[in-house]
Design a protein around this ligand. Structure first.
Ligand code: GDP
Ligand code: MG
Length: 281
């Protein structure tokens, strides 16, 4: 059988999580085959008669984050991409205008000597369509595949394409031993990055760059609900107000988006308690 590790990269909201989720559907378990490694906090294992693919989702890698912590993350991500990944999927959403992130990602991908597949997602959306703006990317990739992660369309095609780039090998994990659902929710990093990613998404340019997310508590109660308490930390009162927004509009939106994503990743109901605090970063 063929086996390998595939990294999903792309800016927030292009559909990476949806893709992993729908791609795998019943065939997937989200788990951590290598619990000792925390570098990639989430793994999804796909398996069919062709082989086994470990998908690694990388939230926050391309967030606009000039602070030191995330620079470190970026470097780390690059290192992992170079050393632990066999194929890179770069997911784009042509229903949105190209962002400045694309150039950054582009520069980064260029340095990575791995098979790269450009995944053009959301083909079910016909308008608006900015596909032209992304054309320049295509030369850099070994393959270009158009899909809809949501509908879903062309997913088997994508899987077959991925297998073309993978080598024969031993199975990474026994599916029977995978906990289901089993995102390693204890992975605080993943949750923190999810929340931070959503904060950047909601606040866009306005976001003061000194923002940090800390998880205070993760607890699964008897009713099966996962309780997550988290704090968004910022350096200034003004920023705090900004993040909360009028009528707590923004913090609610950040929380809602993060909660949805975590629910998809864990298959559990999540109760997310989000606070904003001024403090040392
Ligand atoms: P991520 O941030 O890259 O992980 O993106 P998500 O998977 O969270 O998806 C972001 C949003 O795009 C969600 O509202 C999805 O439902 C939506 N989405 C993802 N894939 C598709 C698609 O193929 N078509 C459409 N119409 N929406 C999609
Ligand atoms: Mg995601």
């Amino acid at each position: 059988m063929k086996v390998g590790t595939v990294a999903l990269v792309g800016r927030p909201n292009t559909g990476k999580s949806t893709l992993v989720n729908n791609l795998v559907g019943q065939k997937v378990s989200i788990t951590s085959p290598k619990p000792q490694t925390t570098r990639f906090p989430i793994y999804a294992v796909y398996q069919d008669e062709q082989g086994q693919i470990i998908f690694v989702d990388t939230p926050g890698i391309f967030a606009k984050t000039p602070d030191i912590q995330s620079k470190h993350l970026n470097l780390q991500a690059q290192k992992v991409l170079k050393n632990e990944v066999d194929v890179v999927l770069y997911v784009i959403d042509p229903s949105r205008k190209r962002g400045i992130e694309e150039n950054r990602v582009f520069g980064m991908l260029r340095k990575i000597d791995l098979p790269k597949i450009l995944v053009v997602n959301k083909i079910d959306i016909s308008e608006p369509n900015y596909r032209e703006q992304y054309k320049f990317l295509e030369d850099e990739f070994d393959s270009v595949i158009e899909i809809s992660a949501l509908k879903p369309k062309n997913l088997p095609l994508l899987v077959t394409k991925i297998f073309e780039y993978l080598k024969e090998g031993e199975k990474f994990v026994e599916r029977e031993s995978m906990p289901i659902p089993a995102l390693n929710i204890s992975s605080k990093t993943y949750i923190e990055e999810s929340i931070r990613e959503k904060a950047y998404l909601v606040l866009r340019e306005e976001l003061p760059y000194k923002v940090k997310v800390e998880i205070d508590n993760i607890e699964e109660r008897d009713n099966g609900v996962m309780y997550v308490q988290a704090r968004i930390m910022t350096t200034d009162k003004r920023y705090k107000k900004m993040i909360i927004g009028a009528g707590a509009q923004r913090i609610k939106q950040i929380g809602m988006m993060a909660r949805k994503e975590l629910e998809v990743s864990t298959g559990k109901k999540i109760y997310l308690e989000l606070r904003v605090e001024v403090g040392e970063n």
